[in-house]
Design a protein around this ligand. Structure first.
Ligand SMILES: NC(=O)c1ccc[n+]([C@@H]2O[C@H](COP(=O)([O-])OP(=O)(O)OC[C@H]3O[C@@H](n4cnc5c(N)ncnc54)[C@H](O)[C@@H]3O)[C@@H](O)[C@H]2O)c1
Ligand SMILES: N[C@H](CO)Cc1c[nH]c[nH+]1
Ligand SMILES: [Zn+2]
Length: 437
């Protein structure tokens, strides 16, 4: 039975909150070794790791013919679902693309926002335990909606559904690579795998940590590791709450599922519902029981406000609440699911919102994958003679205040104030083409 903790039990609570489900320190040396090996030995190391961890047979890259043939093996109803989910994700992603605009700051002073897609992105698609075509759609459809011309996918074991999703999203190349080795290949490039501008997508602890370690050399989206869910509610159907918790626990033994409630009765009902559902056929052979035993809990709080404050401290990937007001009172979460009808797992697939989300507290500083992850937003500025006359003196005064005389001079030159010059030293005469003529 899932433990029911009291929020007044500060020791137990601290153990729960301080817990890092994906134990970075334990795996970091192995991840660093893999990154180093791929950096120095390229494809040779890639093939060794892919054979060792993912039983790769055949070449690393799938040909376009193999991709299309594989996609054709995907059942028709799954392909239709992929198409519909992609349509929703595309709709949301298109609405997210930042706008270009021009602002006349003052007469002759123009500032524009320019939005240019990244040139080549790498989407990591998990495939260790389950094939996740939905993760491919979330990353690649969004990249395409933002206008990225070259979209590359790595996936340790792409099955027919992943290949069908790749065709739907218009992916350019697929490499059968997983784990830290796939991340190293995308970040540094090898003879076979081209280096990308940015790596996006979720994965297990090895993948998420590898992304964090290459972030010095290659842009990444954010830390998107093992799944997390925090349900905060004082009312609701215990079986539905239990089902939402179990759904995320199903992903990984490192996944984390918590239920925070001021209602002791609901806490007990949810604990019983979890036990009943774990005994059912769908839960057999999944990591859900182990995941809950390691990282799951139900916490009975004194008030709903205390539960909300606790959730906010956790900064969960998925936050599920029973009312919109409660959702609004918890600003720190990757993605928020409101009301009993909003099955959180529907958002994993088909609502259109992105399921690639920050974990391990990364929701403190950002939300999920977004069209702006795939574009460069820069400003373009242009002054006329009148414009420089308007802003130039202000800029030059600030440059003087900073002691940056050459900054000031470069501006005043445009205001008709010639830069100060000193005596020019006579250069030693060297025989030159001109003097020898
Ligand atoms: N945060 C999000 O947005 C989000 C979305 C979807 C899935 N997820 C998470 O993605 C993860 C998917 O995990 P997965 O394992 O099924 O697939 P995965 O593709 O992420 O990881 C599989 C790879 O891990 C590597 N690996 C496994 N054991 C290793 C070891 N001992 N040493 C070195 N490398 C090793 C292998 O190379 C293998 O290819 C889950 O944790 C799930 O919760 C997160
Ligand atoms: N829940 C995952 C994000 O943590 C996304 C996913 C993909 N497939 C099923 N679920
Ligand atoms: Zn999920």
């Amino acid at each position: 039975m899932l433990p029911i903790l009291e929020s007044t039990d500060t020791r137990a609570l601290r153990r729960l909150l301080d817990r890092t489900p994906d134990d970075h320190a334990r795996i970091e040396p192995a991840v660093r070794d893999i990154l180093g090996a791929v950096r120095t030995r390229g494809d040779k190391a890639l093939v060794e790791f892919a054979r060792k961890f993912d039983r790769l047979e055949g070449p690393i890259e799938l040909s376009p013919a193999e991709i299309h043939a594989g996609a054709g093996d995907c059942p028709r109803e799954v392909r239709a679902a992929i198409r519909k989910a992609a349509r929703h994700i595309r709709m949301v992603a298109r609405a997210q693309v930042p706008a270009t605009w021009t602002k006349q700051v003052a007469p002759g002073v123009k500032v524009s926002q320019r939005v240019v897609p990244l040139e080549r992105v790498g989407c990591y698609v998990p495939g260790g335990r389950y094939p996740l075509p939905s993760s491919l759609l979330m990353a690649a459809v969004t990249a395409r909606a933002a206008g990225v011309p070259e979209v590359i996918v790595t996936c340790p074991r792409p099955d027919a559904s992943v290949l069908a999703a790749a065709v739907e999203a218009g992916v350019d190349r697929i490499f059968q690579l997983g784990g830290a080795q796939a991340i190293a290949a995308l970040a540094y490039g090898t003879a076979t795998v081209p280096r990308v501008d940015k790596i996006v997508g979720p994965g297990n602890a090895y993948v998420a940590l590898a992304k964090a370690l290459v972030a010095r050399d290659c842009a990444i989206d954010f830390f998107a590791g093992p799944s997390e869910i925090v349900v905060v509610a004082s009312s609701g159907d215990p079986a539905w709450i239990a089902a939402d918790l179990l759904a995320q626990a199903e992903h990984d033994v490192d996944a984390r599922a918590l239920f925070l409630t001021p209602s002791r009765r609901l806490a007990q009902q949810v604990a019983r519902a979890i036990e009943a559902q774990l005994a059912g056929p769908d839960a057999q052979g999944t990591p859900a029981r182990d995941s809950l035993a390691r990282n799951g809990a139900i916490v009975v709080t004194r008030t709903i406000a205390e539960a909300a404050a606790l959730a906010n401290r956790i900064a969960p990937e998925h936050l599920v609440v029973d009312t919109p007001e409660l959702g609004a009172s918890i600003p720190v979460a990757g993605s928020i699911f409101v009301g009993a009808w909003t099955a959180q797992a529907a958002g994993d697939y088909a609502i259109g919102s992105n399921h690639v989300l920050p974990t391990s507290g990364a929701a403190r500083f950002r939300g999920g994958l977004h069209a702006w992850d795939f574009v460069r937003v820069s400003t373009v500025q242009q002054l006329t003679k009148r414009g420089v006359a308007l802003v130039g003196p202000t800029a030059a005064t600030l440059a003087d205040a900073e002691g940056l005389k050459l900054h000031a001079a470069s501006i005043r030159a445009r205001l008709g104030i010639a830069p100060k010059v000193g005596p020019v030293k006579a250069r030693a005469r060297r025989p030159s083409a001109r003097s020898s003529r």
